[in-house]
Design a protein around this ligand. Sequence first.
Ligand code: SAM
Length: 268
Amino acid sequence: MNAEARQAIVEQLRQSRKYRHCCGDTLDRIAGWALARHHAPKDALKAAKRKLHQVYGAYFDRFDWKRIEEFLFAIEAGAGVDTLRDVCGEILRSHASTRERLPIMEQAFGTIFECVGRIERVVDLACGLNPFALPWMPLPESCAYEAIDIDERLMAILGTFFERAGRRGTAQCRDMLVSPPDTEADVVLLLKLLPCLEQQEKGAALALLRSLRARYAVVSFPLKSLGGRSKGMAAHYGAFMDDLVEVLDVPAQVYPFENEVFYLLTLW
Ligand SMILES: C[S@@+](CC[C@H](N)C(=O)[O-])C[C@H]1O[C@@H](n2cnc3c(N)ncnc32)[C@H](O)[C@@H]1O
C-alpha cells in the first residue's frame, strides 16, 4: 500500500474539525482500511470519514464540551459523594447514551459488582463518559480505575476529573485495535462497545474478550439506537452474545434493563 497516500489521508482527517482530536493510530488504521478498498484517494478519504463517523464521530458529535468543562471545574478538592453525584449526574445527562443509563446505573453497577466481590482494578474500555458514573459504583476508594478511549480531549478531561475527585484513575488515548489492553484487572467494562468494534473489524469482539487479562468482563448493548428506535436490537444482540458465550465457553449472567442489557462474563 502506498504510504504517502495513507499519510495524506491521515493529514486531511487531522485537519477536519470533527477528527482533529481523534487518536493518531485510529486515523492511520482507518486510512489504511479505506485505501485497501478504494483506489482513488478522494473515494478513500470519503470512506474513511464515513467509517470514522460510524464508530466515533456519531458519539462525539453529541458532546456538549462547554457544559462538561463547566461542571468539571465546579468539582472542588475533597468533594463528597453527594456533590460528586450532583456534578457527574449533570455531565452524564448531557449525552443521550449516558442519560438513559442514569436511572438504572446504581442498581446495575450495584448488582453486577456485588457478584464480583472485592475489586481493586477496573479497566473501562472505550469508556466515553462512563467514568463519570464512578460515584454510583460500589468500589473501594483504593480501587484503580483505568479509562481508555480514542478522543484526546475527553482523555484530558477525565484525567482532570480523577484528580479533582481524588480517585486513583488514569485516562489513556489508545486505539484498542492497534494496542490491545494489557493490564490485569478484576473487571473490564465493555459497555455498548462490541457492535462498534465489529463495525471496524469482523471478529474483533471475540478476539478482544479472549485477550483480556481480567477475572470478569461486563458487556452491555443498547436496546435503542441514539435516535430512540429499537429496531429488534434485543433479539439481534441476544443472539450475538449467545454465540460469543458458547465459543468462549464461560459462565454468563444477563441483567436486562429497559434501554440497555448487561452481561457479566466470568473469564477465570
Ligand atoms: C457507543 S460509545 C460507548 C461509550 C461508553 N462505553 C458507554 O457505554 O457509555 C463507543 C465508544 O467506543 C470508542 N471507540 C471506538 N473504537 C475504538 C477503538 N478502536 N479503541 C478504543 N475506543 C474506541 C468511541 O470513541 C466511543 O467512545
